[in-house]
Ligand binder design. Structure first.
Ligand code: AMP
Length: 395
């Protein structure tokens, strides 16, 4: 997949109306926005378009209204907040298609911003209905995609509209593609991938793909016990995906054949329950007694993983090393976060729980790139073609 796309920076914007797909899927309660990070993240592209003499028709989904008009999922509070942040009024459309919206889009002048109502109030959005995509496209002259969190979805506003308008990526997507694409396709070596989390099934395709790309693969978290079991170890009542035992054996064989260093935990912090169990203790990997479960990587594993991370040219991390929500089992994940922060190479975090871990540790500003899209970045790391990226012309 080519990850250098035609950018909004090179688009002819003067006097043009730009349909801008944003990710304004903010936490909302009783009309109050709990966190405006995603709105702030859109400002750079919006300001650029306005400065270059264009006007912005912003659109987004919010929540899961499933094709119904759900007033609590209206984007009106976002229009207000966006206006405050931009320092200019943001007009709110009555819908995202239809006569009223068309009239507002038509009247829009350079330098002005219009926000369309929640795209998912129409079931045609998630179905990528061509007529709906055409109706969205008819509002504008150009399409700019800047919602990385939804590029793994083939929806009308994330993929379909690109069939009907000249398409470009915004600054957010460009940065994501540069960081993730660079780390996987053109990394400074050694490339170390750190994978964790609960479910091995969710990460199989990532492991498979990264074995083609990485020099070293570090596997921790609940998913590591399926590997330990496959090697004949005792894992007590730790997480196990019995059906995937053969697959993980295949992955270990693949690592050997490719000369990839695949490291599993050498020790585990165990207890009898996630909370309120026996006093946690450390055991060597593969020696977890019945009734006990591995809930974090142990101290030797933390040292081992940290030494691999610290000497990496590039590190990609996805998934916690243990049940990090419980302070007793957060140490391994925090050790990886600290090692990432100390690494002099390029460090990339692929969304989700690992992001909250580095934020909790106060280390977010020491990471080269933190992805804004959990699901999207995971599919990127699987080497999958993402519909919202594939639809954009290459630079
Ligand atoms: P995932 O969504 O697959 O990335 O998994 C994230 C979840 O994995 C977090 O909620 C962690 O608490 C959980 N997790 C990580 N390690 C373990 C473990 N050893 N046992 C049980 N759950 C774990």
């Amino acid at each position: 997949m080519n990850y250098v796309k035609k950018s909004v920076a090179d688009a002819p914007l003067r006097g043009k109306k730009v349909l801008l797909r944003c990710d304004f899927n903010v936490p909302l309660k009783n009309g109050v926005i709990g966190d405006d990070t995603r709105i702030r993240a859109a400002l750079e592209t919006i300001r650029f378009i306005l400065r270059e003499g264009g006007s912005v028709i912003a659109c987004s989904h919010l929540g899961r209204p499933k094709g119904q008009v759900v007033p609590e999922m209206s984007l009106k509070p976002v229009a207000e907040r966006l206006g405050e942040l931009l320092g200019l009024p943001v007009q709110m459309a009555p819908d995202c298609v239809g006569a009223g919206t068309e009239a507002m889009a038509k009247a829009l002048q350079p330098g002005q911003v219009l926000l369309l109502e929640n795209l998912r109030f129409h079931k045609e959005e998630e179905k990528n209905d061509p007529d709906f995509a055409k109706a969205l496209a008819s509002l504008a002259d150009l399409y700019v995609s800047d919602a990385f969190g939804t590029v793994h979805r083939a929806h009308a506003s994330t993929a379909g509209v690109a069939d009907y308008l000249p398409a470009y990526c915004g600054f957010l997507i460009a940065a994501e593609l540069k960081a993730l694409g660079g780390a996987v396709e053109d990394p400074v070596r050694p490339l170390v991938a750190v994978l964790g989390g609960a479910k091995v099934a969710d990460k199989l395709a990532v492991i498979d793909h990264l074995l083609d790309k990485a020099d070293t693969l570090l596997i921790g978290g609940g998913m590591s016990y399926t590997f330990t079991k496959a090697l004949g170890g005792q894992i007590g009542s730790s997480l196990l995906d019995e059906e995937k035992l053969d697959y993980v054996r295949k992955m270990m064989d693949k690592a050997k054949a490719k000369g990839v260093k695949l490291l599993l935990p050498v020790d585990s912090l165990i207890s009898t329950a996630i909370s309120g169990g026996e006093e946690p203790r450390v055991v060597p990997d593969g020696q977890i007694p019945d009734g006990w479960m591995g809930l974090d990587i142990g101290p030797e594993t933390r040292k081992l993983f940290a030494s691999e991370i610290e000497k990496a040219g590039t590190v990609i991390w996805n998934g916690p090393m243990g049940v990090f929500e419980e302070p007793a089992f957060a140490g391994g994940t925090m050790a990886v976060a600290a090692a990432m922060a100390a690494c002099k190479g390029t460090t990339v975090i692929g969304g989700g729980d690992s992001v909250s871990a580095v934020q909790k540790a106060g280390l977010a500003d020491k990471i080269s790139h933190i992805s804004t899209g959990g699901g999207a970045s995971l599919e990127f790391l699987e080497g999958k073609e993402l519909p919202g990226i594939a639809c954009l012309p290459d630079a």
